[in-house]
Write a protein that binds this ligand. Sequence first.
Ligand code: ADP
Ligand code: MG
Length: 793
Amino acid sequence: MSLTATELSEPARVLASRLVRVLREEYKDGLRDRRGVDRLLSLWSLEVEKLPAAEARRLLGAIRPLARGYASMAAGERQHTLVEVGQALGRLAGEAPRGQPSEQAEGPKAGKAQLRLDSKVDYVKGIGPPLAKRLVKLGIWTVEDLLTHYPRRWEDRTQLRPISQARDGVVETVEGKIGNIQSKTPRPGMRIVQATLSDSTGNLQLVWFNQPYVAKQLIPGQKLTATGKVERRFHETQINAPEIETGAERIHSGRIVPVYPSTSNLTQKWWRQQQWRIVPTYSRLLPELLPSQTVSRHGFMPRAEAVTEYHWPSNYDARERARLRLAFEELFMLQLDVGMQRQERERDPRQTFYTQGDLAEFEKLLPFAPTGAQARTMREIWDDLQRDTPMNRLLQGDVGSGKTAVAAFAAWVAVKNGYQAAIMAPTEILADQHYRKFVELMGPAGIQVGRLSGSMKKKEKLSVCEALREHTLDIVVGTHALIQETVDFARLGMVVVDEQHKFGVMQRTVLKQKGLNPDLLVMTATPIPRTLALTLYGDLEVSRLDELPPGRQPILSESVPFSERRRVYEEIRGQIRAGRQAYIICPLVEESENLDATSAVEEASVVQREVFPEFSVGLLHGRMKAAEKDAVMERFRIGEHQILISTTVIEVGVDVPNSTFMLVQDANRFGLAQLHQLRGRVGRGQHASRCVFMGDANSEEGQRRLRAIARLADGFDVAEEDLQIRGPGDFYGFRQSGFPELKVADLLKDQELLDLVRVAVRELLARDPDLSGHPDLRDSLSKRRVDSTELVH
Ligand code: ADP
Ligand code: MG
């Protein structure tokens, strides 16, 4: 094959990367061809033929034959086909071809450390800039990042299996002598290398597709170990693409071997070879962070040893002890951070004082009577305001439970007592909507409400800023724009952060710093189990709106396959004829983003032209200008558009009670929490609402999600199911909440450990409140804080 690196035009490059994405998904899905690679490829080829440049058509046109007949290939062949196509595409896109990793690993012992922990991985022997670039995708920049790039799992290859006992379908390690080596070319473009491996009990075939260089590495009579999945067919036993290892040193076999999270064709063999050298050498440079009392009390192994054992366990018991130590340390840093913040908070007493705030008076402003849960939460807030230290309260309430009214109460009390309030929302649409509501609610009481968002004209922004400084504005509602340096308040006493899981910890802190040690109310529809909340937010008090406003009808949810599209459209028609409105949600903005998911732009034109020519269809997505978004939202709000086709930009907060129908297209592409948030856009008024999740789930997990969302109505149940399906590592909200990713600890399984950690942190802070006796620990903690600040800006 002789495709050379070429300058491809932009459309051709886009096409190439679309195919890469499809192939990658196929790979991740276990080469099961459930979405029909042949079909996708022929669709793709049609696009290729439309390319204007003949050269690009020729180059991309050469790709398809490489994978023709995918459906009828065996798994091993599929894998090699994908790799081959991927490499060909990579060459087209001008990517440097992957260098073969060196076959010789250095010793298992620690070598001489030439670099520092914070040295860039570019300088690590055997990595270099091109590979370093790929490692960035895994969040690896420095030597220290490599050390903490822990295995995803381990394979027990301590047992070498006699060849005659190698089990079909199982990954086994066998040891033997190489016999006959053959190279075949069964059809153009396919080379097969096959070698016989035998031991005293029998023999099997080692097979490689399109890796001709393997033939050169093999020597008849050579002794080696081979690891891979055994396939028994007819009378033959074979291992496809085995990992082989020669020589005395065992890195890939004869031990418990690590399996690393990987990317971009970096093989496990490559990973092991790197980590075999790096881990013992550089883990010695890691400072001991845990106080010595803690280490000895729990009988922990030293940090360097724990890191080494976790990568390269001498046995499973040692690995578990290493894991405990590393998990303890992770949770310890987390709790220490929270503990230090609490200390700081408590050192700073309240500077605002509340005497006025009659709940009955506020209620008069509301167009409805508060629910029991809303009233209780408002009283809790009032009580917080009477304490010596500022309020730090988390309000959890399912979508539609009425958090905005509670936020309005907090802001109103602040204003009543002569302070200003700031409300921060994650999107402009939501900020706008809150602004409107606050004006409606507070205007009659003579309270001045302003708005600040990134898309406003500079002049408008300046005048809002001035009004805040002069205290001619009482309340400001805005987006991230609120935390900019130019925004100053005269007397900021209350900060409310809506949908706080969309913000980082630092953003909250920055906004708070603009005030008189203000009270803080953060709100979220993401229910978090209490123990997790404690870890995440330390000493936040938690209120729950566990009651929906009266008169709500349950949202009838259903998951349906694409084939029922017509019926769903008819249902939408019926709703609109009855005076209601509908949302249609699509995962993407434009068709070009993916081969087989519906895009909002395309969908809007099809739905308007072919499905609902009699109605007005609006389109909303994240790439539109703020003013355009506002205009569309407004037309939908006042009922000019009957249907709104949107991406997930409307996921949070949007409130148009007359919209009672939601159709989520490609629902299998969304996470459970996101589906629940989306569904929360309907069922907000007096009319019965419907939500239809349409999609053909192509994985078991996807199916489980679709079933769950149709069955579960309550946010807490959804959260629980999400936790079950995904595991806490991916539990939604964590990443966005500025919560550092846990590499070893598991917040659900390590609850007991967490209790021990809390005790240890409390004792340490009692002994050494500013950590002056633990400089390494203090440095490491402040470095973590710097890291999370960088994420925010
Ligand atoms: P969320 O908790 O999702 O932010 P909102 O504050 O947007 O919910 O409230 C959802 C809808 O319910 C809004 O239309 C709001 O006006 C209405 N609502 C809130 N509280 C009550 C109540 N006590 N009685 C009737 N309607 C209410
Ligand atoms: Mg809300």
